[in-house]
Design a protein around this ligand. Sequence first.
Ligand code: CP
Ligand code: NVA
Length: 316
Amino acid sequence: MNKRDFLDLSSLRVGELEALLRLADRLKIETKAGVEHPYLRGKTLAMIFQKPSLRTRITFETGMAQLGGHAIYLAPQDIGIGERESVKDVARNLSRWVDLIMIRTFSHSICVELAREANVPVINGLTDLLHPCQLLADLQTLRAHFDDLSRLKIAFVGDGFNLAQSWIEAAALARFELRIACPTGYEPDPGFVARLQQEKLGIITDDPFAAVKDADVIYTDTWTSMGQESEAGKRRRAFRNFQVNAALLQHAQPQALVMHCLPAHRGEEITDEVIDGPRSVVLEQAENRLHAQKAVMVWLSRPEVLQHHVGPSRQS
Ligand code: CP
Ligand code: NVA
């Protein structure tokens, strides 16, 4: 059987999203109850980081340890993928030693090339295009609060970058209504906008109040992503009316949840009051990175385990 990779949500086959989320929930509940899951005993994960990380690094490394395996952290200066050595050569060498590769990089094309050249599964730990591991954890978080994701109105307020684009992929799979509010010039890539519109997944607007009206969930992300630091001043000005604060929240459903992938720039895209407030589930999201990614690693290495979690969809 051909190996599978996890580079985006759109490549998931029917039933796989649901099965992954079920497996993630089971791993979460059982791990907290002290049950061990040595599904990956003797296996090694190489983690290539070309950008900084707290959550992604710790959750992959901890997840691998909990599954009985081992993880190796490769910092930006360690291997210089595409500079010191070609992506293809890195892929072919790593494939001789390790069982899984995770990469966090800038251009999504590096991630795609690595997956093409490697003989072992590759996981996207964030690119400038997408952040599918985050979305899996976010959907796991939402399922703990709502029975039926397809009935939700989700407002994404902020930059139309990797997180917003992953939300469009998630909406296409889980069929909730997605409203994206971003300043003109900061919309998602045209292909993602076209998908949102053609598949009638939701709207894009430059009015954050219109996006959050009666929303069940408000999501935001940093205005200045990793690699865009030189634009920080310009971005602060462009996004100043897109802060998730108490006034904006007033327009959402009274019980609306607030989500953020983190790291947060408090006082910019979100206020202390909101991120630390009763509607915020940001730490649940962060925790679920561990459980969701464990499910992904088990699936890619031991697909038969995921099969046990395939069943009738929770969504109609
Ligand atoms: N949300 C997220 O990916 O966090 P890190 O950048 O800390 O990994
Ligand atoms: N959009 C942010 C997400 C960080 C998890 C970035 O790319 O820096």
